[in-house]
Design a protein around this ligand. Sequence first.
Ligand SMILES: Nc1ncnc2c1ncn2[C@@H]1O[C@H](COP(=O)(O)OP(=O)(O)O)[C@@H](O)[C@H]1O
Ligand SMILES: O=C(O)[C@H](O)[C@@H](O)[C@H](O)[C@H](O)COP(=O)(O)O
Length: 195
Amino acid sequence: MFCRCSTLRMIYILMGVSGSGKSSLGAFLSEKLGWPLHEGDDYHTQENIQKMSRGDALSDQDRIPWLLKLHQLLQRELCAGSNALMTCSALKHHYRRVLLHGSRALSADPHHELLLSASPDVYFLFLSGDTSLIQQRMMERKGHYMKAHMLTSQIKALEPPQSDEDNVLLLDVSRSISDLATDVQKHIKQLQQHK
Ligand SMILES: Nc1ncnc2c1ncn2[C@@H]1O[C@H](COP(=O)(O)OP(=O)(O)O)[C@@H](O)[C@H]1O
Ligand SMILES: O=C(O)[C@H](O)[C@@H](O)[C@H](O)[C@H](O)COP(=O)(O)O
């Protein structure tokens, strides 16, 4: 259950395929806003990391326990009344529901109204754009277990947020990190005005 209090706080989940810029934008925003950044990849099991390092895509079974851990972390931040940032690929609609609603999303009817409604204070920043640009950046990225050829399976798994997910800000990966951060800051201002 999400805590509801009157203090203004928000959590952004930076989502998108590997190489889309989640960590880069997350680190930039964390520095600029002074908000903590939780790197979703830090919560993967060793088995998941080893699997991805071997070049195998994760399955739903691999990801669900990871998403439940991230859900708990989100809840702790919300209950503490903190602003925070989190990176998480959150590739599928179901994964985003698990992040927002935890185990309730596993047992409930997927079309249940509760699960389709936006969760207050939690927004997704969806980094999306040209596949060849992302692939190029992954090839140039040094020392990461996720190699560029894994992008194909990431894109195959991706279910871009549709209109029933109205808690999403779309960000184009071709833009500079500082321009993307400016858009996020504008979004924060708009939310503050409407609180
Ligand atoms: N908007 C951007 N402009 C230029 N380079 C970027 C941008 N976003 C990410 N990169 C670069 O692309 C690579 C992948 O970004 P990263 O933040 O690691 O993605 P992710 O966390 O989604 O896997 C990094 O080397 C990063 O420096
Ligand atoms: O759901 C997944 O398949 C993983 O979470 C994946 O999307 C994630 O991208 C990797 O953990 C690599 O990490 P980077 O996103 O930092 O490349």
